[in-house]
Ligand binder design. Structure first.
Ligand code: F6P
Ligand code: MN
Length: 326
């Protein structure tokens, strides 16, 4: 069966400049997956012995994937600047480039040492000027993204992409080293009986989230009148992939142990790109009181509570929050 290549898909769904950026990212992720597949044989597992700007211990592969993407994007004439979860501040690329790229080089990196799923998440924003690059230029709401996606390094390697014209999935074919389209027009069911959250944090959430999850857990005996299943991969990229494939609700709520930290997930590297994908597939993407893609960021490393997935279930969860603040 002949399949649409990523190149042919981009030809029909992106400008030449955007195509160049997405292609650069996809090629780089193909190289990252080679390192991941070799694992211990390449000596790439374990800690890098340092913390990143977020205060999290960096894995060797966080650093390797970050450097590979940084080098690839700096060499791409269409890229004006990059911001990465693993970099302290924004990094200039080519002054005249038309795009800014933000990325989480290896999401779910605590899974690396147990040979479990991880991924690369990316967001592509329009450049705002051709002067000196500044952080302010990156601070655009997620609604402005030109494209967003991720590469999931699982039993097969998959690129999931939107350029604002729906969501497509591509599977990496190692023989030809190409991403081939395997799913088009991804669509998330509005309704679900599955949720994803780190339940061990339950007692530290704000009361609306505690009530919402308590009602899910009470199943057919409770106010929701149906039983729910739970899944948690501990890699957002894999949990969101499951939701794009078969629906569900994913949340990472605010936590009272770190009251001044809005949440765990990062707006510009995780929530916005996943938000664009999920909305493009017909899902809903909220923080407690507003749609994530409408948030005006005030700094590149900003965090945000996230509720995303099947539309009716997300809106139901948001309702618990709205009622509490009314
Ligand atoms: O990037 C942060 C992240 O690793 C996400 O990929 C994932 O959803 C979450 O943190 C896992 O958090 P926890 O360690 O609480 O399970
Ligand atoms: Mn991450």
């Amino acid at each position: 069966m002949s399949r649409t290549t990523l190149a042919a898909y981009l030809d029909a769904n992106a400008t030449a400049d955007l195509t160049a950026v997405v292609t650069r990212i996809a090629d780089c992720c193909a190289a990252i997956q080679e390192q991941l597949r070799l694992g211990d044989l390449a000596g790439v597992l374990g800690s890098a012995g340092a913390d990143n700007v977020q205060g999290e211990t960096q894995k060797k592969l966080d650093v390797i994937a970050n450097d590979m993407l940084k080098d690839a994007l700096q060499a791409c004439p269409q890229v004006r600047g990059i911001a990465s979860e693993e970099e302290d501040s924004v990094v200039a690329a080519n002054t005249a480039g038309h795009f800014l790229v933000t990325y989480d080089p290896l999401d779910g990196s605590s899974n690396i040492d147990i040979n479990s799923m991880v991924g690369t998440i990316f967001s592509i924003l329009p450049a705002q000027s051709d002067g000196e690059l500044s952080e302010a230029e990156f601070l655009q709401p997620g609604r402005k993204q030109s494209a967003a996606g991720y590469v999931l390094y699982g039993p097969s390697v998959m690129l999931v992409l939107t350029t604002g014209k729906g969501v497509s999935m591509f599977t990496f074919e190692p023989g030809s080293r190409q991403f081939l389209q395997t799913v088009s027009n991804v669509s998330i069911d509005r309704d679900t009986r599955e949720f994803a959250v780190n339940m061990s944090n339950q007692r530290f959430w704000a009361s609306p989230m505690q009530e919402y999850v308590r009602d899910l857990l009470s199943g057919s005996d409770g106010p929701r009148g149906k039983n729910f299943n739970m899944r948690w991969v501990a890699a957002m990229v894999a949990d969101v992939h499951r939701i794009l494939c078969r629906g569900g609700l994913f949340t990472y709520p605010w936590d009272s142990r770190k009251p001044d930290q809005a949440g765990k997930l990062r707006l510009m590297y995780e929530a916005n790109p996943m938000g664009m994908l999920v909305e493009q597939a017909g899902g809903e993407v909220w923080t407690d009181g507003e749609r994530i893609l409408d948030i005006q960021p005030d700094q590149i490393h900003q965090r945000v509570p996230v509720i995303l997935g099947s539309a009716d279930e997300v809106l139901c969860c948001v309702d618990y929050h709205k009622k509490a603040s009314a």
